[in-house]
Design a protein around this ligand. Structure first.
Ligand code: HEC
Ligand code: HEC
Length: 312
């Protein structure tokens, strides 16, 4: 007797949900929303342009597949370089102070525009850098990331590890002549006039980031102690000399690459989940949490041109 009305209620609730779902489905079809597209495995292509004349298209660049490395004469060296960039902490513990790999920031083997790609690195350097106040070559640029982003020690410029990392970057751009460049941006645009609100940023952090990067920014390791999600602050993170310690550099990265895993295009993504203001707020919050100092900071921007979000 008692079971009857209960199951009846349950039944009508289920019908109710079915009706709501149908209406939602019909209106969703009518307004033309598309379900998320599956990840696209087709290699991405971008224009190659002349360095001196950005309007002059000179060809098409196809992001190379890893399997293509095997047909290179120095395949072993390139693969070693790729492993070093992916597993830096494990393979180069003496040079890596942070619990971080190069590719914790250089997303998907440095192959993704707006995710700090290495695609143009081999052709870009040497180039003038305001932070150094002089021309910097690729080895010095890599060692800059070792000292700052990895809170570690530079590699010997003539070491086989340095040569291997550069071999990987050279392979990435091997179809691009030195006087030309792939028409992509290393970092996305962010409105630098927005005032950061770190209190709002902390709320965004706890809602959108903490599940992977930890409630205290400490990141997460797997059962072997290897980084699964890299730390965003604390002793194991990048130091204050890193680009990522600056609000707008961090915001530009976060806006186009984080939170990771809810993108509908490509392997990793550019969900555009956060607005510029969200990205600036959360970036201000995590970048200004306690992190290691950078003793060499006194030598930065010797000729001025300090960006507005510089930390010192
Ligand atoms: C915490 C994030 C982070 C980590 C870890 C990191 N980098 Fe970077 N790297 C950046 C950012 C951000 C830039 C560019 C912006 C800047 O300099 O402020 C950059 C720039 C570079 C560039 C220049 C790219 C170009 O084309 O101009 C190279 C090369 C590079 N990094 C290599 C490395 C290597 C090798 C490692 C590991 C030893 C590494 N990075 C670790 C964040 C990081
Ligand atoms: C689903 C898990 C996930 C979420 C959620 C997530 N991230 Fe990440 N994040 C990652 C992974 C994984 C990496 C390293 C990239 C890699 O290994 O390919 C990373 C790297 C980073 C890095 C560069 C490396 C470092 O440790 O400094 C920053 C900065 C970052 N995330 C910020 C954020 C912010 C801010 C949010 C929230 C808006 C967020 N992430 C949400 C997984 C996540």
């Amino acid at each position: 007797m008692t079971a009857q009305p209960l199951s009846g209620t349950h039944h009508s609730t289920a019908n109710g949900w079915f009706a709501v779902a149908s209406i939602l489905f019909i209106s969703w079809t009518l307004v033309g929303c598309q379900p998320p597209k599956p990840a696209d495995a087709t290699p991405k292509q971008y224009d190659i342009i002349d360095v001196k004349d950005a309007n002059k298209g000179v060809g098409t660049y196809t992001v190379p597949q890893n399997t293509a490395i095997m047909s290179e004469p120095n395949a072993k060296q390139i693969l070693y370089g790729q492993r070093l960039l992916n597993e830096t902490k494990r393979l180069l513990p003496d040079n890596t102070g942070a619990n971080m790999n190069c590719n914790s920031c250089h997303i998907a083997n440095g192959k993704v525009p707006l995710g700090d790609p290495y695609i143009n690195s081999f052709n870009t350097y040497p180039t003038y850098k305001a932070r150094a106040g002089k021309e910097v070559n690729l080895k010095e640029r890599i060692n800059g990331c070792f000292k700052r982003s990895m809170n570690g020690k530079p590699l010997k410029p003539d070491s086989q590890e340095m040569a291997a990392m550069i071999a990987y970057m050279q392979w990435l751009s091997k179809t691009v002549p030195h006087t030309q460049t792939v028409n992509i941006k290393n970092a996305g645009k962010i409105d630098k006039n927005l005032e950061p609100d770190p209190v709002r940023g902390e709320k965004i952090y706890q809602a959108q980031c903490a599940s992977c990067h930890g409630a205290n920014g400490e990141g997460k390791k797997d059962q072997l102690g290897i980084i699964a999600f890299p730390p965003l602050w604390g002793d194991e993170s990048f130091n204050i000399g890193a680009g990522m310690a600056r609000t707008y550099t961090a915001a530009a990265f976060v806006k186009y690459n984080m939170p990771m895993g809810i993108q509908t295009e490509g392997l990793w993504g550019h969900g555009g989940v956060l607005s510029d203001q969200d990205a600036v707020d959360v970036a201000q919050f995590f970048s200004h949490q306690p992190r290691p100092d950078f003793p060499d900071k006194v030598n930065d921007w010797p000729k001025g041109d300090k960006p507005k979000d510089a930390r010192y």
